[in-house]
Design a protein. Structure first.
Length: 327
């Protein structure tokens, strides 16, 4: 299934879950992103009908309880909705590792353009007079991580297979260099986000840390302009190319249960400590940046080792306390 079709199906599911009423095909066409727009031609109408019939069949094959019916006796055509009671899962209990994986997936969801398009469909349904129950909608407002503004355009370009152009500043360079890349994907590694792709000027695979991207990356050219190598291992490429970027340090921290979800995404669990807190092992080549992250978590985490990282966190907390006392 293509990325565009998958996105359209998710948009359709969210729109139909957010209303008690049956929504006609015409309203779905006008409100759900991804369908052939109505330009008054028979060709466009036929294209929409084929696309919508395929989508309905696909959802039903996946087990989505798509209902057909009419909201009132005055309706002149059938509409569609999803039986939420039949669609919802029972209560799910996750382990710590599973919860961390779900948290990472949620961060990706909230960062992607997918969320904004789906929310837009609900807004359009309201404007068209469809009764959308605010208590039944899904929390899909888009949100970007403030320290990674390049995430969304890089993710979108990799998804659409479009060439990406951006400025990139290495630590040893005073000014950013222009890069042209065929983006293969975006991957998290040791608490950072990286873009992996083919550098067109150097004709070689390269890894770019998103925090070093300057300005807003720009996608150019048509979609599906290239294909990544089959079975490409993005994490493996990042691991190999970032391995020489500095000495790796092992840091052990204790975290209160249920806290520090972001930290757990890339930590190795070491079991429970004597006080009941969770012991986590972190690998990093940038202890200063890690100290910043740990200090931001406040009393939820405590550094066990090494002493240098513990001292760095304490120093940052003291500095913050002093700033608070002066204000």
């Amino acid at each position: 299934m293509s990325a565009k079709r998958a996105e359209r199906l998710v948009n359709l599911v969210i729109a139909l879950l957010g209303t008690r009423q049956y929504v006609t095909a015409a309203r779905i066409r006008a409100t759900v992103p991804g369908y052939e727009p109505d330009d008054g031609t028979a060709r466009a109408d036929e294209a929409f009908k084929r696309m919508f019939e395929r989508d309905k069949a696909e959802l039903r094959e996946m087990g989505v309880p798509l209902e057909t019916g009419r909201t009132s006796v005055f309706d002149t055509e059938d509409g569609y909705r999803i039986a939420r009671a039949d669609y919802e899962l029972p209560e799910i209990t996750l382990t710590g590792e599973e919860a961390a994986a779900v948290g990472l997936a949620l961060r990706l969801w909230e960062s992607a353009q997918l969320a904004g398009a789906a929310q837009s469909a609900l807004v359009k349904l309201r404007a068209a007079g469809v009764d959308v129950d605010p208590g039944r909608t899904l929390p899909v407002q888009p949100r970007l991580d403030s320290d990674e503004p390049a995430f969304e355009p890089c993710y979108a370009a990799a998804r659409d297979r479009r060439v990406l152009t951006f400025g990139y500043r290495r630590p040893d360079e005073d000014t950013p260099a222009r890069r042209r890349v065929q983006p293969w994907g975006v991957v998290a590694w040791h608490g950072r986000w990286y873009l992996v792709g083919l550098d067109l000027d150097r004709q070689a695979p390269r890894v770019f840390r998103l925090s070093r991207v300057v300005g807003t990356p720009k996608a150019t050219g048509p979609e599906n302009a290239f294909e990544p190598p089959p079975d490409v291992d993005l994490a493996g490429i990042v691991a190999r190319q970032s391995g020489g970027g500095g000495e790796e340090h092992l840091v052990v921290v204790r975290a209160r249960p249920g806290t520090a979800v972001g930290l757990r995404r890339w930590a190795t669990p070491l079991g429970a400590g004597p006080d009941g807190d969770d012991r986590l092992q972190l690998r990093t080549t940038d202890t200063g940046r890690l100290a910043d992250q740990l200090a931001a978590l406040g009393p939820d985490v405590l550094v066990e080792s090494p002493q240098s990282v513990r001292d760095a966190v304490v120093e940052r907390l003291r500095r913050l306390a002093a700033m608070g006392a002066r204000s």
